[in-house]
Design a protein around this ligand. Structure first.
Ligand SMILES: Nc1nc2c(ncn2[C@@H]2O[C@H](COP(=O)(O)OP(=O)(O)OP(=O)(O)O)[C@@H](O)[C@H]2O)c(=O)[nH]1
Length: 441
């Protein structure tokens, strides 16, 4: 699946590798390839156009993350936008809150509607619910037999009524469900090869009758632009609540996911990934974006890089601190890092072995503000070598930071004490060090 898109994109970004930064000129080719790939995957032209201009704007304006190369950065931007295009990172759930709650299934013939109805029933049954299937696809009589067989296979009852009049079947099925206390009712409606007025009329009547919480259109991923057009029509007539895209396991072009979502503005709630009854899963836009881009390794690397930058820095700083090698610049970085985590006092409580009494960092936010202001007013040289801080330098800093000379001296004292304490801590090992402390941990 998605192979075409993957190959094209791989080629396009390969040409970006080795370039120093992202410019209009060097992404031209990659942008064109992304555009072609999406168009070839049957994504609607207008959707592609908007997508491309957004990606371009973001990629160009962006400072490349330190640990990423421009090609990786470009993929990152494309991926983030793809995820957004497909509805964001969180999968949207099918919501059934009433008792019984009705799910109405709609879609063209052969889209996988009957199979998907059974898959859903099976899913709910496994979840401890008591589902009922209503077979209202009278247009293709074999569909009723098919649903009966599937129902038997999964042990979920199937209401078939007189097998002739869909509206009547649903009406009786509803009563049946209420009587037998089924909590979720899934109605398999008729499909046609093409949308026609008679079918839509029937769907309207069924909708009126059951007032469904979910109206899900089943769309075949292999159907390309036809699927998109029919989704648009179904939605304008029935007001869908979501889509289920089937056959994503096959050789389909994944563009249907993007286009149907865009054209209807309705979420993809589930996807069908095989013919077996268990082959249904929630839709994770994130995963599909990765699959579309076909760069699993690069993408996980990018994600890791994003997370690691802070982490690596923190580890390096911590190591420096433990060795007593940190300067005031590191001290400032630590303060900033700590501030991100929350109130200082709380954090210090969590640090075992922190010499709270000797180094009084726990005076709270205002103290931290002062510290930050003081160090920020120093030159880099002063931060690296605090020993050069003579009276006139301190006076300048005091003015610049709006603090007193005492504040500055206190900070320097604390810094020296912490440095000493850390060195000692590192040399002795935690156990011995704590034994020397005037308080118990
Ligand atoms: N590979 C694959 N096949 C699927 C999937 N979902 C459904 N199918 C197959 O698609 C074919 C058509 O599915 P049906 O459920 O009969 O289609 P339908 O939409 O109910 O068709 P009508 O009842 O005629 O409207 C069947 O052979 C299913 O096994 C899927 O996610 N992956």
């Amino acid at each position: 699946m998605f192979e075409n898109i993957q190959k094209k994109l791989s080629l396009a970004v390969k040409n970006l590798a080795g370039k120093g930064k992202i410019t209009e000129k060097n992404i031209q080719d990659a942008v064109r390839q992304v555009k072609m790939s999406l168009l070839e995957a049957d994504v609607n032209y207008k959707v592609v156009k908007d997508f491309i201009s957004k990606v371009k704007e973001q990629a160009l304006g962006k400072a490349v993350l330190e640990s990423l190369s421009p090609d990786q950065e470009f993929i990152r931007v494309v991926k983030n936008n793809l995820v957004e295009l497909m509805g964001g990172e969180k999968p949207e759930k099918i919501i059934v809150s009433r008792n019984p709650g009705f799910i109405m299934m709609a879609g063209l013939q052969g889209s996988g509607k009957t199979t998907t109805s059974a898959k859903l029933a099976n899913m709910y049954q496994k979840d401890g619910k008591k589902p009922l299937l209503i077979a209202a696809d009278t247009y293709r009589p074999a569909a009723i037999d098919q649903l009966e067989q599937l129902g038997e296979q999964i042990g979920v009852p199937v209401f078939t009524g007189d097998r002739k009049n869909a509206v009547k079947i649903v009406k009786e099925g509803k009563k049946y469900a209420e009587k037998l206390l089924h909590d979720i009712v899934i109605v398999d409606t008729a499909g046609r090869l093409h949308i026609d007025e008679k079918m839509m009329d029937e769907l309207d009547q069924i909708k009126e009758l059951i007032n469904p919480e979910e109206i899900l259109m089943v769309v075949d991923a292999m159907m390309g632009q036809d699927a998109v057009n029919s989704a648009k029509e179904f939605n304008s007539r029935l007001e869908l609540t979501g889509l289920i895209v089937t056959k994503l396991d096959g050789d389909s072009r994944g563009g249907v996911i993007i286009s149907t979502r865009q054209v209807t503005q309705k979420p993809i709630k589930m996807v069908g990934v095989g013919e077996k009854i268990e082959d249904i899963e929630p839709f994770y836009a994130d995963r599909y974006a990765s699959r579309i881009l076909g760069m699993g390794d690069v993408l996980s690397l990018i994600e890791k890089a994003e997370k690691d930058i802070d982490q690596k820095q923190a580890e390096e700083d911590a190591k420096k601190m433990m060795e007593g090698k940190f300067d005031l610049d590191d001290f400032l970085k630590q303060i900033k890092q700590i501030r991100k985590m929350g109130p200082l006092g709380k954090i210090l409580e969590m640090v075992p072995g922190m010499p709270k009494e000797n180094v009084d960092l726990s005076k709270g936010e205002s103290e931290m503000n002062k510290m930050e202001a003081i160090i920020s007013s120093m030159t880099l040289k002063e931060r690296r070598h605090p020993r050069i801080l003579n009276y006139s330098r301190k006076q300048r800093i005091s003015k610049g930071s709006g603090t007193t000379l005492q504040d500055i001296n206190r900070l320097l004292k604390q810094y020296e004490q912490l440095k000493k304490a850390m060195k000692q801590f590192n040399k002795m090992g935690k156990k011995k060090f704590l034994g020397k402390m005037p308080f118990k941990m």
